[in-house]
Ligand binder design. Structure first.
Ligand code: GDP
Length: 444
């Protein structure tokens, strides 16, 4: 999980001050010392740490905070606001040209995830903004980058323009922009050449591509796991070529979060997207406010809802709702429902988006790997069709058979059937309320 260490330390610090009815300057000082350590440990740029601590301290010892009824809460609110500010405040949207095609240049060092992100970005722009992108394979230096982009394009059914590796990237970009105009692609995403290190030749080439048609966006792709190195790379690219935004990849594996917290403040350029995995749907818009809430353990309901809307099949949801109402919900539907949840990603990540869940005792020790879901699936799949539809016929001997068939214990089988019964009861109550005549109306 991203920000794991920082999250834990900040939440520990916050817990101490949260309920305080009186907060002294000394309390704030002590708290800020711990916040400072937490940020340094998270590999946040030192200058950024200093600035952050200074602005929180100044605001926190202000008289309106100290004299408020809930000073502890106020201080936490300030930390949250300043964290949000640190990461850029508002979410920064993609800038599209008023005269298509919009040209987006992807730049970065080798291995940062540039080619992968090019594919992911095209996928997001098509899905969310209804765009018709053209991908351009202009990374002619990394062996196999052209092939890699072609493969991603095929997988996504998004066209890729390539001219092999013998033509100059500038020429490739030029031809691609022409083609995009002819074929009415409204976005052109150029996967430019990476290098192992920043060098003059690379920067010159990028400037030459820039000169073809002023790009609407120049996204620098950096690897979050490289921490302060990522910040230095961002600074160099910004100075040499000029970037309009950053895509921070591999945030899924970055437990510290130093790059995410420093880049905006050091380069003054917003983080536009974050990469949360290797798959083509693992690119998310970066929301500073939501990220700050997640770091402070306040959950992130908005992202959870968006995730559900993007992955859960609306027709299926409607069908399930009908079944709830008519009491015809079976174990098969239960399986269906679970596979929908599974599509939303690792259970552990989903649970962390629910506010307060991080404070539930023992939750961290619970096993949220998706094995649990697999076990439930195995049990249901070992039931006969009759049993799935009419669970009340599942007697002791049937339970034993199901346990054997699924390789799970009889207790587990019992637990699942009990949970299913309770769920049905709950549905009955809920749909009873919803369906009752006059429900929702006030009695006259
Ligand atoms: P490039 O040299 O910059 O074009 O890098 P690639 O696109 O080939 O990516 C390098 C490696 O990083 C590949 O194995 C990708 O699958 C992986 N990768 C890219 N983005 C992410 C991400 O957000 N999360 C994770 N876990 N892996 C990523």
């Amino acid at each position: 999980m991203a920000f794991e260490g920082l999250s834990e330390r900040l939440q520990g610090t916050i817990a101490k001050i949260k309920g305080k009815g009186k907060v002294t300057e000394q309390d704030v000082k002590l708290m800020m010392r711990e916040v400072r350590f937490a940020l340094i440990e998270a590999d946040v740029n030192l200058k950024v740490v200093k600035k952050f601590v200074k602005s929180v301290s100044e605001r926190a010892v202000g008289s309106d905070v100290m004299q408020s009824l809930t000073p502890g809460q106020q201080v936490i609110k300030i930390v949250q606001e300043e964290l949000t500010q640190l990461m850029g405040g508002e979410q920064s949207p993609v800038k599209f040209s008023t005269r298509p095609p919009t040209v987006i240049m992807m730049v970065g060092l080798q291995g940062a995830g540039k080619t992968t992100t090019t594919g992911k970005l095209a996928n997001v722009l098509r899905k969310k903004y209804n765009k018709k992108p053209l991908l351009v394979a202009a990374d002619v230096y990394r062996p196999a980058a052209v092939q890699q982009l072609q493969t991603l394009g095929k997988q996504l059914s998004i066209p890729v323009f390539d001219k092999g590796t013998d033509v100059s990237p500038v020429e490739i970009a030029r031809e691609a922009i022409e083609l995009a105009k002819e074929e009415h692609h409204d976005v052109v995403i150029i996967d430019t050449a990476g290098r192992l290190h920043i060098d003059e030749a690379l920067m010159q080439e990028l400037k030459d591509i820039r000169a073809l048609k002023e790009p609407d966006e120049v996204f620098l792709v950096v690897d979050a796991m490289t921490g302060q190195d990522a910040v230095n790379v961002a600074e160099s690219f910004n100075e040499a070529v000029g970037i309009t935004g950053v895509v921070l990849t591999k945030l899924d594996g970055d437990t510290r979060g130093g790059a995410a917290l420093s880049i905006r403040s050091v380069t003054e350029k917003p983080i536009k997207f974050v990469g949360m995995g290797e798959k083509m749907d693992a690119l998310e818009p970066f929301h500073p406010e939501r990220m700050a809430q997640r770091i402070l353990g306040m959950g992130d309901v908005l992202s959870l809802i968006e995730k559900a809307q993007a992955t859960v099949d609306a027709d299926k949801a409607k069908e399930l709702e009908e079944k709830f109402k008519t009491q015809s919900f079976t174990f098969d539907d239960f399986l269906d429902q679970m596979s929908q949840v599974k599509k939303m990603g690792p259970l552990e990540d989903i649970i962390k988006m629910i506010p307060g869940m991080n404070k539930v005792k023992g939750l961290d020790k619970m096993n949220f790997d998706d094995k649990q879901i697999n076990h439930i699936e195995a049990i249901i799949q070992s039931m006969t069709i009759a049993e799935r539809t009419n669970p009340e016929i599942i007697n002791a001997s049937r339970r034993k058979r199901i346990s054997k068939g699924s390789g799970r214990s009889v207790q587990e089988v019992n637990r699942l059937i009990k949970q299913f019964d309770e769920m049905k009861k709950m549905m009955k109550q809920m749909s009873g309320l919803a369906g009752a005549p006059g429900a929702g109306k006030k009695k006259k």
